[in-house]
Ligand binder design. Structure first.
Ligand SMILES: Nc1nc2c(ncn2[C@@H]2O[C@H](COP(=O)(O)OP(=O)(O)O)[C@@H](O)[C@H]2O)c(=O)[nH]1
Ligand SMILES: [Mg+2]
Length: 434
């Protein structure tokens, strides 16, 4: 249990009894062994860790009590602390205080949440990189440079136009363009951030009975979906989480696409279609031992090339010469043999790897919130640049105010400027105690 704030030691003195000095008289960075007490009654044996402002998670005075755990013990210790004057923390409140006290910025605070929710080792490593401030550094460097450009643009306003040295404007334009390029690079990392944070949505579709559920089972490694020779066995969508090549995957097995009188199956098919639209990777399966019909031809022709995989399954039932050439990556499989599952995994990995550098050390990438702010800031900078290039003096004044707007947007990313609502939005997603 963590107690943070100016009265942390007052509470600790009331509920913790140890030999020697009371908690409030002990130095930072030490621990005491003793008992959590409720009046005269002993609740638990525990360790008490002592941290003092500003050297703690929240930058405030903090004591942490380590009891034996378990529901009853923990609840009783909490009860004692509440009776002694503490109050329950709100979700994410410790991290929020760390932010408000200036120990971390908003991008780092978000990284705490990403780290907790990380679904693969790679995602966790990227979150840690962000927590340690590597992404913030890039935002801050950009902010500082733009601030300088803005100041230099404003300085030109004090010059009579004909006295401004010739090199000044071209230099400002070049620096603005350079900042735009750096923003573009940051924005381009969104795709990677999205895959690591949200996981890649991989949707398997195809006509009934082509082997979709068999594929799901092969990929997750156990019999998750019911597989039968009866078409229409899977009527609803089935979702499973797994990790392929460090990328968290949400795998969805769908109801086969066909006309049907069954109401449940029809709703399932609607879901399939809406899932397919959102997919990061769409695996479309056909039965290679059967002629490909018109409906299948149509789907194959409309598959987006960089996020589709065509699977020609049941090649064990063919004479081995399918000769099918598609404009999207494709693979022939016989999923009743387990080796093919691995091959499909490798295909999935290599297609998704095209959207992020899997060879590189895991690094922080921007989130959707960052992307929105960055895009607005970038638009403003582009405008600034156009105005500077046009060169008229009244435009230069306008350009400098555009630049200020860009700075505000950029400042909101790391929380130099923020509104209460934004904080609520971010920290309410944390659990209590973080
Ligand atoms: N011969 C053969 N049968 C397969 C293969 N893959 C799946 N099946 C069989 O095809 C039938 C339908 O499979 P299922 O995964 O339920 O198809 P779904 O309707 O697309 O989900 C089952 O009897 C599977 O065992 C394969 O590669 N070769
Ligand atoms: Mg099925």
């Amino acid at each position: 249990m963590r107690i943070s704030g100016p009265d942390a030691f007052t509470v600790a003195d009331r509920i913790f009894r140890c030999r020697g000095k009371p908690p409030s008289a002990r130095p930072a960075g030490t621990f005491a062994i003793g008992h959590v007490i409720d009046g005269e009654q002993v609740i638990d044996q525990a360790l008490l860790l002592i941290m003092r402002a500003p050297h703690s998670y929240t930058s405030e005075d903090v004591v942490e009590i380590q009891g034996h755990g378990g529901r009853q013990c923990a609840r009783r210790i909490l009860r004692c602390a509440l009776d002694a004057g503490a109050r329950s923390a709100d979700p994410g409140e410790f991290t929020q205080r760390a932010f408000l006290n200036g120990r971390i910025d908003l991008v780092q605070a978000e990284a705490v949440l990403d780290l907790i929710h990380a679904r693969s080792e790679r995602a966790a490593a990227a979150a840690l990189d962000q927590l340690e401030g590597r992404l913030s550094d890039r935002f801050n460097a950009l902010y500082d440079d733009i601030l300088l450009i803005a100041a230099d643009i404003e300085a030109t306003l004090d010059f009579p136009e004909d006295e401004l040295p010739d090199t000044v404007m071209p230099d400002l334009i070049r620096r603005t363009a350079d900042a735009v390029t750096r923003m573009e690079t940051l924005i381009a990392s969104w795709d990677e951030g999205h895959l690591l944070r949200d996981g890649a949505l991989v949707v398997i579709s195809g006509k009934p009975n082509v082997g979709k559920s068999t594929l799901l089972n092969a990929l997750v490694g156990h019999d998750r979906a019911i597989v039968t020779g009866t078409p229409g066995t899977t009527r609803d969508t089935i979702e499973e989480d797994l990790v392929i090549g460090g990328i968290p995957i949400r795998l969805i097995d769908t109801a086969g696409l066909r006309d049907t009188d069954c109401e449940i199956e029809r709703i399932g098919i609607q879901r399939t279609r809406s899932r397919m639209e959102k997919a990061d990777l769409h695996i479309y399966m056909v039965d290679a031992s059967q002629p490909i019909d018109d409906q299948e031809q149509q789907v194959i022709a409309s598959l987006p090339p960089n996020r589709s995989l065509l699977l020609l399954n049941k090649i064990d039932l063919t004479d081995g010469s399918s000769n099918f050439s598609a404009r999207v990556p494709s693979i022939e499989t016989s999923l009743i043999q387990s080796a093919y599952g691995e091959q499909v995994k490798e295909m999935i990995r290599s297609i998704l790897a095209g959207r992020m550098d899997l060879e590189a050390r895991p690094h922080a990438a921007i989130s959707e919130r960052h992307r929105r702010l960055l895009s607005t800031a970038m638009d403003e900078l582009q405008e600034t640049r156009t105005m500077l290039e046009a060169g008229a003096e009244d435009l230069v004044a306008l350009a400098s105010s555009r630049m200020r707007t860009a700075l505000e947007q950029l400042g909101a990313v790391t929380g130099r400027t923020y509104q209460e609502e934004l904080l609520n939005n971010i920290f309410s997603r944390f659990c209590i105690g973080k």
